[in-house]
Ligand binder design. Structure first.
Ligand SMILES: [Zn+2]
Length: 211
C-alpha cells in the first residue's frame, strides 16, 4: 500500500469511528507505521473530517517531517510502536463506555473487562488498566510501554483505550469491540451474569492468535 493509500484509509476509518459516536469532538487519534516513518492524525482535528494530505508524518524520534502538527498524544503511539514490533497501527479513543469503565473503582486493574463474548476474547483478550497521569505527562508513556509489552490493548484510567493492531482495520475493530464490551458490562452491572469459563477462553485463544 502506498503512503497516499494509508492516508486515505486513516481518513476513512476516522470517519467511521466518528459516525459511530466513538470520537466525540476533537477526541481520538489514529496512526499507522510505514517503513521509515509513521503517520498520525493532526492535533485538534475532528476524526470525522480528516484531510488525508494534512495528516502528520513523523520520524522514529517523534519529530514532524510533514503535515499538520500531530496529536499531542503522539508519545503514546510512539511508545506502542517501540514496544511492539508487530504493531502496524494504533487507535486511541475517548469512547464513552470504555471511559466510563476506566472511571470505576471496583475493577481488576490486571483485566478491567470480563470475558462476556467469544469475539471480545478473540479480538482483545485482556485489558489492563494504566494508572491515571495528567495529560501530557511522559510518565504515562512509560506506564503504557510497560503494559503494552505483553498486551495489544490497555485502558488509561479516567481517559480511554489505546489499541495496537497488525493493521489499521484490526486495531479499529478491536477498539470497537472494547467499546461494545464496556457497554455490555455496564448494562449487566447488578445482574447475575454467565461469563465464559477458563476452558472456553483457553479454547478461543488456541484458535485465534491475537496481533
Ligand atoms: Zn486521549
Amino acid at each position: 500500500m502506498t503512503e497516499t493509500e494509508h492516508r486515505e484509509r486513516l481518513a476513512q476509518f476516522g470517519q467511521i469511528l466518528y459516525a459511530r459516536g466513538l470520537a466525540p469532538g476533537s477526541s481520538g487519534n489514529l496512526s499507522v507505521r510505514l517503513e521509515d516513518r509513521w503517520l498520525l492524525t493532526p492535533t485538534n482535528s475532528c476524526l470525522g473530517r480528516i484531510d488525508p494530505a494534512r495528516i502528520a508524518a513523523l520520524d522514529w524520534r517523534g519529530a514532524r517531517l510533514s503535515g499538520d502538527p500531530p496529536s499531542k498524544e503522539s508519545f503514546l503511539h510512539l511508545a506502542v510502536y517501540q514496544e511492539r514490533p508487530s504493531a502496524h497501527a494504533v487507535v486511541h479513543l475517548h469512547s464513552t463506555c470504555a471511559v466510563a469503565v476506566s472511571c470505576l473503582l471496583d475493577v481488576d486493574p490486571a483485566d478491567v473487562l470480563p470475558a462476556l463474548t467469544p469475539y471480545y476474547v478473540m479480538r482483545v483478550g485482556s485489558l489492563p488498566l494504566v494508572p491515571y497521569y495528567r495529560p501530557g505527562d511522559r510518565a504515562l508513556a512509560d506506564a503504557v510501554r510497560l503494559l503494552m509489552r505483553h498486551h495489544s490493548a490497555v485502558l488509561l484510567a479516567n481517559h480511554g483505550p489505546v489499541v495496537a493492531g497488525s493493521s489499521l482495520e484490526t486495531a479499529v475493530y478491536a477498539a470497537e469491540e472494547i467499546e461494545e464490551t464496556a457497554r455490555l458490562h455496564l448494562l449487566l452491572r447488578g445482574s447475575k451474569v454467565r461469563y465464559l469459563t477458563e476452558e472456553q477462553i483457553a479454547e478461543l485463544r488456541e484458535v485465534q492468535p491475537r496481533s
